[in-house]
Design a protein. Structure first.
Length: 346
């Protein structure tokens, strides 16, 4: 064998070894994404609606949801946050459906057309209760396993599902990473700048805050949008489409309970106590995961380095430039769709 061929062989083996090592550390997500066939261009804001809506009894709820794509396709469940709604996925859902996925986008409890089946059911915003809702929805729709995607409350819901029901979760895209918490953790003081970002949590802890949110939820939530995504130039029509979901009769109760529960100021449901003990240990997540973060997220969020070790399976982090804020799926739908497709193939 010639010296030239030997040098080429050594060079190839060195590059291959470097790529293998980097992939094991989860550092080549961007390179992998660039090497894949490009998706058709997805323009943020191209779709002004998402629907038509459906309803199904699932657990304690009559859940409102949108379904797109072939019924035989791999299931993807997309979960919105507060104070947003299913329109966060108005551009994402059609693109995934076109790619062959069965896409389910539910209104979380307290949003849109989702209603409690009984007036006696506690109007709980406890995060594990929201996660249990999605498992019940999967049961009702006869979905055994799904890829999960979410941000804010939706990412937290997906994280909890991945820990408590990993057999139902194929993979996950989680904006802002690992968001599992506990009441004990919520009681711990933070540095002053971090506490300032949670101003609304302390407002909601008061009766004045409850009354103020009930009275002014439209303008209050618009302010949150502006603070959480300071470079997103959404118009009134875009906001108003989502704001309609906040008129749900249980919305205020769910939101207030969620934030009071986090601070240990409200009781949860006893039936979830065993689950809460598990979650309080901050367990690692084993399913394949891609985490994402925009470079202009104005909402409270952890740094990627703080949660990288909370994922024990295949893991990548993707940092998005260009002024992308908290509502990443609506602000950067192409990147979010690509992440869902990539993680679903692992």
């Amino acid at each position: 064998m010639s010296q030239s061929i030997n040098q080429q062989r050594r060079r190839f083996l060195g590059i291959a070894g470097g790529i293998l090592a980097a992939s094991r550390l989860g550092f080549i997500g961007s390179a992998q994404a660039q090497s894949k066939p490009a998706l058709p261009a997805i323009r943020a804001g191209a779709h002004s609606s998402i629907g038509p809506g459906k309803q199904i009894n699932a657990g304690v709820l009559d859940t409102g949801y949108v379904e797109m794509g072939p019924a035989s396709g791999p299931a993807v469940i997309l979960l919105h946050g507060w104070p947003y709604d299913i329109h966060s996925y108005a551009d994402v859902a059609p693109a995934l459906a076109e790619a062959g996925y069965r896409v389910i986008v539910p209104h979380l409890r307290g949003y849109g057309t989702t209603r409690f089946l009984s007036s006696d059911t506690m109007r709980s915003g406890q995060p594990v209760a929201v996660a249990a809702d999605i498992i019940a929805l999967m049961d009702a729709l006869k979905i055994e396993k799904a890829v999960l995607g979410g941000y804010d409350w939706g990412a937290r819901t997906a994280n909890i599902m991945a820990v408590l029901w990993p057999e139902r979760c194929k993979a996950m895209v989680s904006v802002s990473g690992y968001l599992i918490g506990s009441q004990a953790a919520g009681k711990m003081p933070l540095p002053p700048k971090a506490e300032l970002q949670w101003w609304y949590q302390f407002y909601f802890a008061t009766e004045r805050g409850r009354e103020g949110y009930a009275k002014n939820r439209h303008d209050f939530n618009k302010l949150i949008w502006q603070l959480a995504s300071p470079q997103w130039k959404f118009d009134d029509a875009t906001y108003d489409r989502s704001a309609a979901a906040f008129e749900n009769p249980d919305h205020v109760d769910i939101v207030i309970h969620n934030y009071r529960w986090r601070l240990g100021l409200a009781e949860g449901e006893a039936k979830y106590d065993a689950f809460e003990k598990t979650l309080a240990q901050a367990p690692v997540i084993a399913i394949p995961t891609i985490t994402m973060e925009g470079d202009a997220n104005g909402a409270p969020h952890p740094e990627p380095a703080a949660y990288a070790k909370k994922f024990s399976g295949h893991y990548e982090h993707r940092q998005l430039p260009g002024g992308i804020g908290h509502n990443l799926p609506q602000e950067a739908p192409q990147a979010f769709v690509q992440a869902i497709i990539d993680v679903s193939k692992i």
